[in-house]
Design a protein around this ligand. Structure first.
Ligand SMILES: Nc1nc2c(ncn2[C@@H]2O[C@H](COP(=O)(O)OP(=O)(O)OP(=O)(O)O)[C@@H](O)[C@H]2O)c(=O)[nH]1
Length: 317
């Protein structure tokens, strides 16, 4: 280890790869169970999903894209443009290639697209990730790693790293995490305290809480309130599919105000107002998500957040 342990890194990583390459499964393996709600709900991965790997020395924000496909339609092209835009802004790209399938035209197409990014104005490092390593023998894995290496060499390039993993049995998932982190720039936490998602659900949950919290006190707290959804997780064993009993979701939300006096307004005498806010928001969230919700609200003072761009960003502005 040549690096000092005091260095903190943060940034964005994007997983790309052909359909079925194992991107979603790997995202979940990296992030842990905290994004479970997203996979528990019917998911069309048209839009970007983000999860956060939070460690003492780094914060890695994972952006899972719909995948680069060879476009057959205009929509396909638009989608690819969108993906490329996302890709040009991340700090590192993980290119997923399943070990149980030969490197094919789909992979070569993506490699070609990535080549543009790797040689562009802002060079983005690309880590080749050989997924589903558990499905093949050691020999086959080695052979595949060589083929993946060749895929870059055919374009006169080198992957920044090559890492075989299995999201299923956890093989090398930590190693991949470290490799991705090593490509991030030095920087502070982008999001406070860990898991957070930019899923539309989370945005809407934040909006419902914000509405309820401002009800009747809009004049006193016009713009001094920021709402951050910290966590939406399914409580283990709470649902019963057979009996049609929906699971209970634990929803943890922070409300940030600028001053203690504003905190007092939101909380109310003996916490009475906050309870009202919670009840009202919870009803809305239950309707939105179609399941039972336990809503945990915390009011915090974040001084001067309106003037600090970094704070604004982490609060979702
Ligand atoms: N054996 C094994 N199977 C895996 C692994 N990772 C993913 N799979 C399986 O591969 C299939 C595809 O995985 P996904 O994570 O949905 O793949 P994806 O790249 O997100 O797929 P798209 O959403 O179609 O782009 C699923 O059936 C997974 O269970 C792994 O490490 N080992």
């Amino acid at each position: 280890m040549t690096e000092q342990t005091t260095v903190h890194r943060s940034g964005f990583a994007c997983l790309v790869g052909r359909p079925n390459a194992g991107k979603s499964t790997l995202t979940n393996a990296l992030v842990g169970q905290k994004v479970a709600i997203m996979s528990a709900r019917p998911q069309t991965t048209r839009h970007t999903i983000r999860g956060i790997v939070h460690r003492p020395d780094a914060q890695l924000v994972l952006v899972d894209t719909p995948g680069l496909h060879r476009p057959r339609t205009l929509l396909g092209e638009r989608l690819n443009d969108l993906v490329r835009d996302t890709l040009s802004e991340v700090d590192v790209i993980a290119f997923c290639l399943p070990a149980d399938q030969k490197v094919g035209p789909g992979d070569r197409y993506i490699a070609g697209q990535l080549a543009e990014l790797m040689t562009g104005r802002r060079r983005v490092p690309v880590v080749a990730v050989v997924t589903k390593a558990d499905l093949v023998s050691r020999d086959a894995l080695l052979e595949h790693l060589v083929a993946v290496d060749q895929l870059a060499k055919a374009q006169d390039r080198e992957w920044d790293d090559i890492v075989p993993v299995s999201a299923k049995d956890g093989y090398q998932v930590d190693e991949l995490e470290s490799v991705l982190v090593s490509h991030l720039p030095e920087g502070p936490e982008l999001y406070p305290g860990g898991e957070l998602t930019d899923e539309p659900e989370a945005v809407m949950v934040a909006e419902l809480v914000r509405e309820a919290a401002l009800e009747g006190v809009r004049d006193e707290l016009p713009h001094s309130l920021a709402v951050v959804v910290e966590e939406i997780v399914e409580r283990e064993g709470s649902g019963d599919h057979a009996k049609g009993r929906p699971p209970l979701l634990d929803v943890r939300v922070n409300l940030f105000v600028e001053r203690d006096s504003q905190k007092a307004i939101i909380i109310g005498r003996g916490g009475s107002r906050l309870r009202q806010v919670g009840t009202e928001a919870r009803h809305g969230i239950e309707k939105l998500l179609g399941t039972r919700v336990y809503l945990d609200l915390h009011v915090k003072v974040a001084k001067d957040w309106q003037r600090d761009p970094k704070q604004l960003r982490r609060l979702g502005f």
